[in-house]
Write a protein that binds this ligand. Structure first.
Ligand code: FES
Ligand code: FES
Length: 167
């Protein structure tokens, strides 16, 4: 991916990504999306519109679903960042990853990491979402393959199991 530079100044970024400390020099005008993908090799996070419309670049910053194409990396100073690569524990997939697989909720798969990260934020705050809460939590993520039925099914199934695990 290419990002046009408009400034040569840099920033020493210290934050955590998937629990690991990061201490990295980044251009001050670089977005988090490009730092994750091009400097840290975390290419699970996808870029598409690069203007906050599609949600494919969604990561979690301090517990909030965040479009990584819209925030500059220096703004991440001291933040706790989670990406799709941090979800599985070794060979054990996260429940959302399991349910997306089981429901066939990925076609080309480009939107999938962003959808899963948004769903994680939703279920962490609202384990039993109403219809409105569900759509509000997921509305920032677009699937151009339009497999919404199986995506909804996967998140609903994950929510059910999530609640059972917590009970
Ligand atoms: S690439 Fe960030 S919202 Fe589309
Ligand atoms: S599965 Fe292709 S964009 Fe969603």
């Amino acid at each position: 991916m290419n990002e046009r530079r408009v400034c040569n100044a840099s920033w020493r970024l210290r934050c955590t990504v998937n629990g690991a400390p990061v201490d990295l020099e980044v251009p001050v005008d670089e977005t988090l999306l490009f730092t994750l993908r091009d400097r840290l090799g975390l290419t699970g996070t996808k870029g598409s519109c690069l203007e906050g419309e599609c949600g494919s670049c969604t990561v979690i910053v301090d517990g909030e679903a965040t479009n990584s194409c819209l925030v500059l990396s220096p703004q991440m100073e001291g933040c706790r960042i989670e990406t799709i690569e941090g979800l599985a524990e070794g060979e054990k997939l996260h429940i959302l990853q399991e349910k997306f697989l089981a429901s066939g909720a990925a076609q080309c798969g480009y939107c999938t990491p962003g959808l899963i990260m948004s769903a994680k934020v939703l279920l962490e705050s609202t384990p039993d979402p109403t219809e409105d809460e569900f759509f509000e939590g997921m509305e920032g993520n677009i699937c151009r393959c339009t497999g919404y039925k199986s995506i909804c099914e996967a998140v609903r199934d994950a929510a059910k199991e999530w609640r059972q695990c917590r009970a």
